[in-house]
Design a protein around this ligand. Structure first.
Ligand code: GLC
Length: 560
């Protein structure tokens, strides 16, 4: 069995905050840092060890913070730098680390660098971005943005185009320019010297584009990605950031990595040679494609086999070599109960899904509201949405000739806005999110039933289950450091796996079915000898090796 290195970032779990919808502390309808400060005890009570903030920097909010106009200032609608420092201190006092989102693939078009860049080729900032002449009347190449549409925007004054792999207002930085890389290193130092404990690096695998920017294989979405995903200098730039800055601090880093495979990931996260490791872990997307293809908008029927193949592959390929980042939700993904679970069995499936991923090997990330089992809102009209990617997708689908009704059906299922509704704190006015008359965005109607206050009082709530699960993980090294072996891979109803560590064994059983399913212990297991340590119906051990699993039932056996 490969030796597994111990490390604090492997033992922790992380709570993600998307501030705008977390908690409003000043009564203007928008979530803010004062709101976060007021909830630090709540966050600590979950049993997590760190907070990851989606971007809270100054931003025109075209992509809700992922379009940064000043990397060293807090967005005024969220508060001040003093508010942030109070959170940093308050978190550290409670033993919570703070991780910042680092968005360096692009800046806002309102960033000073871009404004200078527009002044012409002689301006030193011009080359901070990727400007090119068109080809006749056409853009420099056929690349498409990730938010559907062309990846180039024409500027008549300069008679040139700039590259944007996301919204028009998110201009790609030219990472080949050493001055840009120096800026990035300075930004990193600024936050690390203030005391933050790491970075989540936004679309980090996009920062190096192939020389000559050749045409991509013609695709309607993300065309050109073979030339901008894991580009020729990516590793070199990450190594530079690591050698010159990151390695000098005891921090964690997690890179967001679309299209990533475990084999490729090891190039960046291989922990067997600390000189070569440039990131501690990566967010991959393969397990988020069990009900869609590439983007959540191209929807397919949920396939448990696809989910298991993706997750188990990362588990086995990385064990002893690299570390997994485990997640089912974030600000880009619709709510998981509405996708891989079942709203009719909200509590059961919410707990089962939590068990399924948190009992795997890796650092678990939990997105705000996930811990109380929030579900998709499914807004019916297009003008109710605020997410730029949702509108871009609508426009492309319309151009491709899809009828309005069918596009809306997709959007209701797949829009990122499903994950961005205010956190439901109470069953009172505005779900306790704000004292303003109106919150900045729609609140899911189910707040009278799904909210933190009620969940606190109910020992069987999803919230209290998360607490139990995270506590169990913390107290049992097998969950953190154990190896991974899957059983019944062919089953399209059950996900069953075992973990092994220092002579102990864990058997994790998860049913994805809304019916009764018969379960038989895998060969070599004598269930009577195990103890049921977690379960979403009961923690009862019948002693039998064969039994019925109820809808979305999960049961975890520990053998010591
Ligand atoms: C990442 C973020 C997403 C953002 C995009 C562009 O995927 O998670 O929210 O829109 O990058 O920055």
């Amino acid at each position: 069995m490969p030796e597994i290195k111990k490390n604090w970032y492997k033992e922790m779990s992380v709570y993600q905050i998307w501030t705008r919808s977390f908690c409003d502390g000043d009564g203007d309808g928008i979530g803010d840092l004062k709101g976060v400060l007021s909830k630090l005890d709540y966050i600590k009570s979950l049993g997590v060890d760190a907070i990851w903030f989606s971007p809270i920097y100054k931003s025109p909010q075209k992509d809700y913070g992922y379009d940064i106009s000043d990397y060293r200032q807090i967005a005024p609608e969220y508060g001040t730098m003093d508010d942030f420092k109070a959170i940093l201190d308050g978190a550290h006092e409670r033993g919570l680390k703070v991780i910042m989102d680092l968005v360096i693939n692009h800046t806002s078009d309102q960033h000073e660098w871009f404004k200078e860049s527009l002044k012409g080729e002689d301006n030193p900032y011009h080359d901070y971005y990727i400007w090119r002449k068109g080809k006749g009347k056409n853009p420099p190449n056929n690349w498409k943005s990730t938010f559907p549409g062309p990846a180039w925007e024409y500027n008549a004054d300069l008679d040139k185009y700039y590259l944007h792999l996301f919204a028009v207002e998110q201009c790609d930085l030219n990472m080949d320019n050493p001055a840009v890389r120096n800026e990035v290193k300075d930004i990193m130092r600024f936050w690390l010297d203030m005391g933050v404990d790491g970075f989540r690096e936004d679309v980090i695998t996009y920062i190096s584009k192939r020389e000559g920017l050749p045409n991509g294989f013609p695709l309607p979405v993300a065309c050109g990605m073979e030339h901008f995903t894991c580009g020729p200098h990516l590793y070199e730039y990450l190594q530079e950031f690591n050698d010159e800055v990151l390695s000098k601090y005891d921090i964690m880093t997690v890179g967001e990595a679309p299209m990533m495979t475990p084999d490729l990931a090891l190039k960046f996260i291989d922990e067997r040679d600390s000189k070569k490791q440039v990131l501690k872990m990566m967010f991959n997307f393969q397990h988020m494609e069990a009900d869609c293809i590439i983007t959540s908008f191209i929807t397919t029927k949920f396939s448990l086999k696809k989910l298991k193949s993706a997750m188990s592959n990362w588990q086995t390929k990385l064990y002893g070599k690299g570390w997994n980042a485990l997640y089912l939700e974030n600000h880009d993904q619709p709510r998981i109960i509405s996708r891989y679970g079942n709203e009719k069995y909200r509590v059961e499936s919410g707990k089962m899904l939590a068990t399924m991923y948190i009992c795997q090997s890796g650092t678990p990330f939990i997105y705000q509201g996930q811990e109380i089992g929030m579900t998709n809102i499914r807004l019916p009209e297009l003008d109710m949405y605020v997410d730029v990617a949702t509108y871009d997708t609508y426009n492309i689908c319309k151009k491709l000739g899809f009828p309005h009704k069918s596009i809306m059906k997709r959007i209701m299922k797949a829009s990122r806005d499903n994950a961005r509704t205010p956190v439901q704190w109470t069953s009172g006015k505005n779900a306790g999110f704000t004292t303003a008359d109106k919150p900045w965005f729609y609140i899911n109607d189910n707040y009278t039933e799904v909210n933190v206050e009620d969940a606190e009082k109910d020992p069987n709530s999803i919230l209290n289950y998360y607490r139990k699960l995270l506590k169990f993980r913390k107290e049992n090294e097998i969950v953190i450091y154990g190896d991974f072996k899957e059983h019944y891979h062919e089953s399209d109803k059950l996900y069953v796996y075992e973990r092994n560590y220092e002579g102990k064994k864990l058997l994790v059983i998860c049913s994805f079915s809304d019916r009764i399913e018969r379960f038989k212990a895998p060969k070599g297991f004598d269930l009577a000898k195990g103890k049921v340590v977690l379960g979403n119906y009961d923690c009862f051990n019948s002693g039998f090796d064969t039994f019925n699993l109820r809808p979305y039932e999960t049961k975890v056996f520990l053998f010591e």
